[in-house]
Design a protein around this ligand. Structure first.
Ligand code: ZN
Length: 243
């Protein structure tokens, strides 16, 4: 059997979602992993999720939550719930774990694929790509035909053709030669496109096929952990709605 690459990110310390995703990866015959960052923040199991991702031994890029948890920087750009999550997470991780997060690269290029959390346009600024114009500024700096990212928690495929940038619905798609793709893999731990199921992508290089996987998991269990940790109620609630 050929290579099957799972690309997962925005896990956000949601252990219940991550376990279901990794079970699915094994069932699907995934042979390698890539992680688009934001392993921690929002949910209640940062230590466990970090350990699992590190044990995969795969490339991981730095998300804004990973960055702010590790760097002790001011949180004035964060909304109050996200900031509360970052503050709480800082207290859960040991020095070695914080150093690991702090040392993560902003981008990784491997075998013709690029990995970034937000956009290749100044990745350290963590800008959001929600429209074709923002995707266009990414494509200017994207050197490989395919780049996987996350950050918005909304699955989407941007295709760069000669005439401009087009959006393709996040479903099973065969990528075409001679075009560039900027693929948002959605979020494992806190989806925001109105579908609360855990999301990740499987890419098969041989057939150039992209498959979005969406999986039910025990949302109530993840919510119970958030409430037990004393994190903001909103962080528990939003998991029910995928927003
Ligand atoms: Zn995120």
């Amino acid at each position: 059997m050929g290579r099957l690459i799972a690309i997962l990110g925005d896990i956000h310390a949601n252990l219940d979602a991550l376990n279901v995703v990794l079970d699915d990866c094994r069932e699907q015959g995934v042979t390698e992993y890539l992680c688009t960052g934001d392993v921690v923040g929002y949910c209640a199991c940062p230590h466990e999720c970090l350990e699992i991702i590190r044990n995969l031994g795969c490339p991981v890029v730095k998300g804004n939550h990973d960055h702010y948890v590790a760097s002790q920087q001011s949180l004035e750009d964060f909304n109050p719930h996200a900031a509360a999550g970052v503050m709480w997470t800082r207290g859960q991780l040991n020095g070695e774990e914080l150093a690991y997060l702090n040392d993560l690269p902003f981008t990784v290029t491997k075998m013709g694929l690029t990995l970034v959390h937000s956009t290749m346009d100044h990745p350290e600024n963590f800008g959001y790509v929600f429209d074709n114009q923002q995707a266009e500024t990414n494509f200017i700096r994207q050197k490989t035909p395919i780049c996987f990212h996350g950050h918005t928690h909304c699955p989407m495929i941007y295709e760069k053709q000669m005439a401009g940038v087009y959006r393709i619905d996040p479903q099973d798609v065969v990528l075409r030669a001679g075009r560039k793709y900027f693929i948002n893999v959605g979020s494992v731990g806190q989806p925001r496109d109105g579908d609360p199921r855990a999301t990740y992508v499987i890419y098969e290089p041989l057939s150039r096929k992209v498959v979005y996987r969406r999986l039910n998991y025990d949302i109530a269990a993840a919510q119970a952990r958030i409430r037990e940790a004393g994190l903001p109620e909103r962080l528990a609630e939003r998991l029910s709605y995928g927003q």
